[in-house]
Design a protein around this ligand. Structure first.
Ligand code: ASP
Length: 338
């Protein structure tokens, strides 16, 4: 068999930075530059390089990822590697997974150490991502694996990958499940397959997603949170522009008492999803009683985010709202996540 045609789509991020005259890193490199820096890529695959943007991933938007998904859906390549910044990779890869269902690998990678530092990880991560895209086991199970994140010789499911450290080289992890595969020497070693029932049910409910951006507030709970932001949303005639909210809740689905009453009111105005601020993981449903317990929040009409990390729950809620799903369907979508 000839070489696989792998389409590299570069969005920007640390992997694509260059030092300016003062030594500060600026966006600059395009897809061709990234490919040129890793000559070995040409031995693994036939590479098509496309520069989509040159922005930090903190400046990406939902619309840009929808446009990227459309590009991937329209391309006849044998696999895709998206390079971007690490800051939002856990969100963009999950959004791509919601939008793109292909029989070929779709992989997102990035770099923690910039090209001006000793031992930058960008070239190695790009090589690893292309190796994963060409690997027979990954290719045979591409649809079951969904969108993958490849960082520091580990392969993660997009639904599970999180950026767990702001600066370290080994910043990525999948705390709930672990990696799906590891790279060693020139091999990809399979370790497991993700449970995709929730993703399958979600995609079925979403259908083909089009529509306008739907701002979703992320309300992170902390000790003694007074709930003033929830009050401000409730007091505003257009809800400050928000169409939904995600609460990063304490423990198994709890908020401070004062917030519980306000969150119930907010849930009458818009879908409010509860996800674990501990970093995702299934929430409780019927263990604790009392005014700010999971039992009362569920009774008040809040939607349970299942095992999703609050950032991923926010991506999913935006996508549901954009797709025009009604409240009952949105609740059903999240229920599938545990
Ligand atoms: N701020 C950068 C970005 O997300 C950080 C990185 O790439 O690691 O684009």
């Amino acid at each position: 068999m000839g070489k696989r045609r792998i389409h590299i789509l570069a969005l920007g991020g640390t992997i694509a930075t260059r030092p300016d005259a003062s030594g500060v890193m600026q966006m600059g490199a395009g897809a061709d530059d990234l490919v040129k820096a890793v000559p070995l890529l040409g031995e693994l695959a036939e590479i098509e390089a496309e520069t989509v943007s040159r922005v930090g991933s903190h400046s990406l938007g939902f619309d840009q990822i929808h446009a990227l998904a459309a590009k991937i859906k329209a391309s006849t390549a044998d696999g895709f590697v998206v390079t971007q910044g690490t800051d939002t990779l856990e969100e963009t890869s999950f959004l791509l997974d919601l939008l793109v269902e292909r029989d070929v690998p779709v992989i997102v990678t990035a770099a923690m150490r910039n090209p001006a530092l000793t031992s930058p990880d960008g070239p190695g991560n790009l090589l690893a991502a292309v190796r994963v895209a060409c690997d027979p086991w990954i290719r045979a199970h591409a649809r079951e694996l969904g969108v993958l994140a490849v960082m520091l010789d580990e392969v993660y499911a997009a639904a599970d990958a999180i950026k767990a450290h702001p600066t370290r080289l080994n910043a990525f992890a999948a705390p709930q499940t672990g990696p799906l595969a590891a790279l060693v020497e020139d091999r990809v070693v399979p370790l497991g397959k993700p449970v995709r029932d929730a993703m399958t049910a979600t995609r079925r409910a979403l259908g083909t997603v089009s529509g306008e951006r739907q701002p979703v507030a992320l309300l992170w709970m902390g000790l003694d949170e007074p709930g003033a932001l929830v009050e401000a949303i409730l007091a505003s005639s257009d809800r400050l522009g928000y169409r939904g909210a995600v609460i990063g809740a304490m423990g198994g689905g709890h908020v401070p008492e004062r917030v519980a009453a306000l969150a119930g009111k907010l849930a009458q105005a818009m879908p409010v999803v509860v996800a674990a601020r501990a970093g995702g993981g299934p929430l409780l449903r019927h263990t604790y009683g009392g005014p700010a317990s999971e039992i009362e929040l569920l009774k008040a009409g809040l939607t349970w985010g299942g095992r999703l990390h609050p950032l991923k729950a926010r991506v999913l809620l935006e996508t549901c709202l954009r797709a025009g799903l009604d409240r009952a369907v949105i609740a059903g979508v999240f229920a599938a996540w545990g």
